[in-house]
Design a protein around this ligand. Structure first.
Ligand code: 5GP
Length: 185
């Protein structure tokens, strides 16, 4: 049986990557590692968190049709490498993609059976707190991430592709809910 694609979007700071790691380990699913032109933070590792590439290399990947989808977000490119997804799905493994709304729209078109999930912070105050506590970014980037988070939630509602809206109030509760959703599909 072919594997399933699970797409998880949500504003920056909502806790997407932690949730995705937990969910993947519970489901035995593969996590898609994206390519990006954004610089790596001190905690991030090339090939584990992202493939960090130059703009020129990214444009080559687009040209050679090696990306399932790609989008520009806060001035950087992000894209999903196609081969690992095709391979996992054909071998019957589920794959989780943590991507933003524009990319998710493309995936929803390509894979109408994908499980589409949007994660919400419990409140706007909590989101502000989480983005600040990460302290990965300087103040102007933090502001842009906040503006973008608001815009992204509006965009997600408008896109009308997300079948499930899950609130990340508490990690284990949210992952329980996601696990139930994925198993029932
Ligand atoms: P960050 O810079 O915070 O790691 O990621 C910024 C945004 O890009 C997040 O919403 C993240 O989910 C999204 N993103 C990460 N990888 C991809 C990708 O391959 N494609 C798309 N469309 N978005 C991605």
């Amino acid at each position: 049986m072919a594997g399933k694609l699970i797409v998880i979007s949500g504003p920056s700071g909502v806790g997407k990557s932690t949730i995705i790691r937990e969910l993947a380990s519970r489901l035995g699913a593969q996590i898609s590692i994206s390519a990006t032109t954004r610089p790596a933070s001190a905690q991030e590792k090339d090939g584990r968190d992202y493939y960090f590439v130059s703009r020129r290399r990214f444009e080559e990947l687009i040209r050679d049709d090696q990306l399932l989808e790609h989008a520009e977000y806060l001035g950087n490119y992000y894209g999903t490498p196609r081969d690992p997804i095709d391979r996992a799905l054909s071998e019957g493994r589920d794959v989780i993609l943590g991507i933003e709304v524009q990319g998710a729209k493309k995936v929803a078109k390509l894979f109408p059976d994908a499980i589409m999930i949007f994660l919400h912070p419990p409140s706007e105050d909590e989101l502000v707190r989480r983005i600040r506590s990460r302290a990965r970014d300087d103040e102007s980037v933090i502001q842009r991430r906040l503006d973008n988070a608001r815009a992204e939630t509006a965009q997600a509602q408008e896109a009308d592709i997300y079948r499930y809206w899950v609130v990340n109030d508490e990690l284990s509760r949210a992952v329980d809910e996601l696990e139930r959703i994925c198993k029932q599909e």
